[in-house]
Design a protein around this ligand. Structure first.
Ligand SMILES: Cc1cc2nc3c(=O)[nH]c(=O)nc-3n(C[C@H](O)[C@H](O)[C@H](O)COP(=O)(O)O)c2cc1C
Length: 182
């Protein structure tokens, strides 16, 4: 039987993955295969969400023409040079306008970054919410219905240059940990 990227999806070491993931902003020309995108989106949809409402939607852009369209639209704000982009959005009707969608979409976005890294690809999270002009631009360019809010934009693909996935020891800050109270 033909092997797909989903076959060993449960074998990845999550801790190792989250320690070594980095934001990488330069990509080569290799396409991100559809079965990889499916694993990444499956990971996104496994994020926790308020009352398990799963308000997210994902706009996947991997068509050359659409990538160029996005590149032109965002040129002053976000450098698009990857072969795939995912825009994480929320259906605000799903959380009765309470605002939980922001945390739900952040969890889904982080799952995407970790899944991408697990699969040997790289990515960067670009904030869309709460930047008004970016939100308006995405809403307009992609004809989003009124109840759909864009949250983040993730560029992903194969790295242009060799990536040194090193631990960053300085990120552990003892002073930021408060056991049993501030
Ligand atoms: C909410 C959010 C918004 C971000 N927006 C941008 C952005 O607009 N441009 C960018 O280059 N990186 C953006 N990043 C990536 C951060 O710069 C990056 O995560 C941070 O510098 C830490 O580096 P690391 O991801 O390699 O650990 C964003 C990250 C988050 C979580």
């Amino acid at each position: 039987m033909k092997k797909t990227a989903t076959d060993n999806v449960f074998n990845y070491d999550a801790i190792n993955t989250l320690f070594h993931r980095r934001s990488i902003r330069e990509y080569d020309d290799n396409e991100v295969k559809k079965d990889m995108l499916n694993v990444i989106l499956l990971a996104a949809m496994h994020a926790p969400s308020y009352e398990n409402r799963q308000p997210w939607h994902f706009i996947v852009i991997n068509d050359e023409m659409m990538l160029n369209f996005l590149k032109d639209s965002l040129q002053d704000n976000i450098k698009i040079n990857s072969k795939a982009v995912i825009i994480v959005c929320a259906d605000t009707k799903k959380d009765n306008q309470k605002g939980w969608w922001i945390q739900d979409c952040a969890a889904a976005t982080q799952n995407i970054l970790l899944a991408v890294h697990s699969l040997g690809l790289v990515s960067t999270w670009y904030g869309i919410h709460p930047v008004k002009h970016l939100k308006e631009l995405i809403k307009k360019k992609f004809n989003l219905p009124g109840n759909i809010q864009p949250f983040s934009l993730i560029t992903l693909g194969y790295p242009k240059n060799e990536v040194k996935h090193e631990l960053i020891p300085s990120r552990f800050t003892q002073e930021k940990i408060h056991f049993n109270g501030w």
